[in-house]
Write a protein that binds this ligand. Structure first.
Ligand code: RET
Ligand code: FE2
Length: 268
């Protein structure tokens, strides 16, 4: 791992992870009350789901990484176009960027990372599967180009996606992932949510997000140093398995519960 890769991973932890810190604010606005019982239930459920993902990863690494890539595609795709719509073609094209395009454009660099996460045999199986998805993804991108020609509202997001594909092409995988995750996904989510929050909710939500962020950094640091031999391999494991663990509750809240609230007519 180069020092740029290290920097990229640190950026993911420092600037990417905090966007999940606003999940408490999301929970409140979809109806979780601020009472002590609800508060405990919310945190308990969040932690149990995250722990369950970690346990499942340990038991079934290949299936867990496969499902993680799939739900990440749904999450990233939905988030990229959240202000515009929910059409399938743009969703698929945006969703495939991280899980399909990055591994296909840099298989030599991505396969060793998958190997760290799920073992060599599983990594090569997964790479074969992802390779076979590249052509369908390319078709979705071409279809999206035509779609955006007619649906003018999608043009800007299409151009964004094309720029991102260009970045993925020229940059190493961890660097392009980190740029997308920190500067597109997390920044977009945080700004959108911030503006949609009641002014009276903002201060509390910011303090809460800062506390959750520090707790997740401490947890990551603790797990990292409790490994017998902290190394770049351990850093990769802690980062991506940690992301997978936090993504499930984060996604259930943001993409499922909050979207229902959103489609009931309130602003996001
Ligand atoms: C595992 C792995 C990758 C995918 C990471 C993903 C898919 C992260 C998703 C994070 C989410 C969904 C956060 C929620 O907000 C890469 C970059 C292809 C590189 C190789 C290792
Ligand atoms: Fe997210």
């Amino acid at each position: 791992m180069t020092s740029w890769d290290m920097l990229a991973i640190c950026a993911v932890l420092l600037f990417g992870v905090p966007h999940g810190g606003l999940d408490g604010a999301v929970a409140r606005r979809i109806g979780w009350s601020s009472g002590i019982q609800s508060w405990c239930l919310f945190h308990f459920t969040y932690i149990i789901l995250a722990a369950l993902v970690t346990l499942l990863w340990w038991l079934f690494p290949l299936a867990s990484l496969g499902v993680f890539l799939l739900i990440s595609a749904l999450h990233f795709g939905a988030s990229d176009i959240v202000d515009i719509g929910t059409d399938l073609l743009p969703w698929a094209a945006h969703g495939g960027l991280v899980g399909i395009v990055i591994p296909n454009l840099h298989p030599i660099l991505v396969e060793p990372i998958f190997t760290i996460l799920v073992g060599a045999d599983n990594a090569s199986l997964l790479m074969n599967c992802i390779t076979s998805l590249f052509f369908p993804w390319l078709l979705s991108l071409i279809g999206y180009c035509f779609f955006a020609y007619w649906q003018v509202k999608y043009r800007k997001s299409l151009i964004n996606l094309l720029v991102l594909v260009g970045l993925v092409f020229i940059l190493p995988p961890l660097i392009s992932f980190s740029l997308y995750f920190c500067l597109w996904h997390s920044k977009g989510h945080t700004l959108r949510l911030w503006h949609s929050l009641d002014v009276t909710e903002r201060r509390r939500s910011a303090v809460e997000a800062a506390i959750y962020t520090v707790i997740s950094w401490l947890a990551a640091g603790f797990i990292f140093y409790s490994y017998q031999e902290p190394s770049s391999i351990t850093l990769i494991k802690v980062t991506f398995i940690g992301l997978a663990a936090l993504t499930l509750p984060h996604m259930l809240l943001v993409d499922y519960a909050d979207r229902q609230y959103y489609t009931r007519g309130r602003p996001l």
